[in-house]
Write a protein that binds this ligand. Structure first.
Ligand code: SF4
Length: 282
């Protein structure tokens, strides 16, 4: 039996079995990354697609994903590799790439405008050892490392990664504990702690996906953006917020896509508190 200390769930995993995220396995009484180097998606994306609006705009970044996730968002856009029957299948068939190989691919793509590696698509923190080992090599080559994450990990995990990560987009999916707990299977406090620690050492942008009937009130956006406004980048600048549109997907098909007018309105509400607010998926 191993107790995993990566996220708030602290799964107790019987030897040889997987934790809740499907990415970590108990081996010799320890929790290890079962998805280490197991790449399910790889592509050279515009940096704005992460989304990052204020980090090397116009650049491109080699984006790599594995499988597994420690949340259970019913509307997941990447459910094939995050949490689903298909994600379990990827666990059997995903190709294995070493940190050295991925860093070499990133370096070779430099002439096509690549600035580094983005760990994205599935939740990178559940396989943080591969992120750490690869990011160290990428940084040594003078390139950049980005994570696109739900921010659901203990601070000790972030401390291992912090020396190598240059920028992150972190989901702040809503601003009530109920929504995090009951709809997403998450822990809002852990995400807020993670964000507060991250802004001290790297460039951070946040994303809030607006789901009709769940987190689309003015009051919630006002409270969320007020909290974000108290976070400052090391140079004193505001943390950018992306307000993004939901589309019915996966297990949440009981409602329409978010009305574009709602996104624009909530972005205006956020602008009462923040300087950099962007709309997404509109
Ligand atoms: S990272 Fe995965 S195995 Fe570890 S506590 Fe979280 S859900 Fe459980």
């Amino acid at each position: 039996m191993a107790e995993c200390g990566v996220c708030f769930r602290h799964c107790r995993i019987p030897e040889g079995q997987l934790g809740f995220c499907g990415a970590r396995i108990a081996h010799n009484g320890r929790s290890e990354a079962y998805n280490y180097g197991r790449i399910t998606s790889l592509g050279l994306d515009p940096i704005e697609k992460k989304p990052l609006a204020r980090f090397y705009p116009g650049g491109r970044i080699l984006s790599a994903g594995s499988f597994g996730c420690n949340l259970r968002c019913p509307f997941c856009q990447n459910y094939e590799i995050s949490w689903s029957v298909q994600a379990g299948a990827f666990a059997q068939t995903a190709e294995t790439v070493s940190p050295e190989e991925l860093a070499d691919i990133a370096l070779a793509a430099r002439k096509r405008g690549n600035i580094g590696v983005a760990f994205t698509y599935n939740e990178p923190l559940v396989g943080y050892e591969f992120v750490r080992d690869t990011a160290r090599l990428v940084k040594a080559e003078g390139m950049k490392n980005v994570m696109v994450t739900n921010g659901t990990a203990e601070l000790a995990i972030w401390e291992e990664l912090a020396p190598y990560i240059d920028a992150m987009n972190i989901d702040l999916k809503g601003f009530t504990d109920d929504y995090y707990r009951k709809v997403l299977g998450g822990d809002r406090r852990q995400v807020m702690d993670f964000i507060e620690a991250a802004v001290k050492t790297c460039h951070v942008e946040l994303t809030t996906l607006i789901v009709p009937g769940e987190n689309d009130s003015e009051e919630e956006m006002r409270a969320l953006s007020d909290w974000v406004s108290r976070l400052k980048e090391p140079d004193g600048d505001d943390v950018p917020l992306h307000v993004s549109r939901f589309f019915p997907r996966f297990h949440m098909r009981d409602r329409q896509a978010t009305d574009v007018r709602t996104i624009y309105h909530l972005a205006d509400v956020a602008r009462e508190n923040l300087e950099y607010v962007y709309t997404g998926n509109c």
